[in-house]
Design a protein around this ligand. Structure first.
Ligand SMILES: Nc1ncnc2c1ncn2[C@@H]1O[C@H](COP(=O)(O)OP(=O)(O)OP(=O)(O)O)[C@@H](O)[C@H]1O
Length: 234
C-alpha cells in the first residue's frame, strides 16, 4: 500500500486541464522531487493533491482511500501537510506563535510538538520570541516547515522550499528535509534547484506540459544524459 498514489490525474483552473494524466506514487520512506520547466504543472500537481486545484480525471489515493477533491482541512486531519511557496508564515507574529497556530487541530500536543520542532530546527528555539518576519529567508522557511509539522503529518508537500535561498541555506533545508523524512514523514516537493534536490530524492519526477516525462530514482535521473541535457542545465 502506497502512502500516496496518484494515477492519471487531470486537472487545472477554470475547466482547462493543466495536468494531462499525471502519475505519482510516494511511500513513507520516500523523498519525491518534482522537477521540470516553468509552467510544466509542478505546483498545480501539488495543489491538486492538497485539494486546491480541481481534479477532473484520474484518482488520488491516500493509504488506498480516494481523497480526490477533498478539502484541505480534511486532508490535514488525514495526515497531510502543505507548505506553499509564498506567504507561508505570519510575519508580525513571533516564531512560537506561528508554530502554535499550526497545532490548531491537536492543541493538546502543542508543548511536545514545540520541543520536537525546536530539535529539528535549533535556530528557531533561540529566536522563538522574535517576529517571524525579522528572520532570514532560510529561517522563515524553517518556521513554515515547523508549522506544518505541528499537526504531525505523515505526508508533507513542499512547494519550492529553497526558492531564493543562498546555497548554504539551501543545503541546510535539504538536510532538514532528510531528517524529517527519517523520522517517518513521506515527502513530496517541487524544486527549481533540481540537481541538489535530486541528490536526496528516492523518487524523481520530470514533468513537462502536464505529463510525466521521466520517473526514476533521483540518482538515475541525475545520471541520465538526456535528463541532464534538457532539465538540469547540462
Ligand atoms: N491560479 C491560476 N489560474 C489559471 N492558471 C494558472 C493558475 N496558476 C497557474 N496557472 C497556469 O498553469 C500552468 C502551470 O503552472 P504551475 O505553477 O503549475 O507551473 P510550474 O511547473 O510549477 O512552474 P513554475 O516553476 O513556473 O511555478 C501555467 O501555464 C500557469 O500559467
Amino acid at each position: 500500500m502506497s502512502l500516496l498514489n496518484a494515477t492519471q490525474v487531470e486537472g487545472g483552473y477554470g475547466g482547462m486541464n493543466i495536468l494531462k494524466g499525471v502519475d505519482m506514487a510516494i511511500d513513507k520512506e520516500d523523498i519525491g522531487v518534482i522537477v521540470g520547466p516553468n509552467g510544466a504543472g509542478k505546483s498545480t500537481m501539488l495543489k491538486a493533491i492538497f485539494g486546491l486545484v480541481e481534479v477532473n480525471g484520474g484518482d488520488i489515493l491516500l493509504r488506498d482511500k480516494s481523497i480526490k477533491n477533498s478539502a484541505p482541512n480534511k486532508l490535514v486531519e488525514l495526515g497531510m501537510g502543505f507548505i506553499p511557496q509564498e506567504k507561508n508564515i505570519f510575519p508580525s507574529m513571533t516564531v512560537e506563535e506561528n508554530l502554535e497556530m499550526g497545532a490548531y487541530i491537536k492543541p493538546h500536543t502543542t508543548k511536545t510538538m514545540l520541543e520536537r520542532i525546536y530539535s529539528f530546527f535549533p535556530p528557531l528555539l533561540e529566536k522563538r520570541k522574535q517576529p517571524a518576519g525579522e528572520l532570514s529567508g532560510g529561517q522563515r522557511q524553517m518556521v513554515a516547515m515547523g508549522r506544518a509539522l505541528m499537526t504531525e503529518p505523515t505526508l508533507l508537500l513542499l512547494d519550492e522550499p529553497t526558492a531564493g535561498l543562498s546555497p548554504l541555506y539551501m543545503q541546510e533545508i535539504f538536510d532538514r528535509i532528510v531528517e524529517i523524512n527519517k523520522a517517518g514523514v513521506g515527502i513530496l516537493m517541487v524544486e527549481q534547484n533540481a540537481k541538489q534536490a535530486l541528490e536526496i530524492a528516492t523518487k524523481g519526477f520530470v514533468l513537462a506540459s502536464g505529463q510525466n516525462l521521466y520517473t526514476d530514482t533521483g540518482q538515475n535521473l541525475l545520471n541520465d544524459p538526456e535528463v541532464a541535457k534538457s532539465f538540469l542545465g547540462g
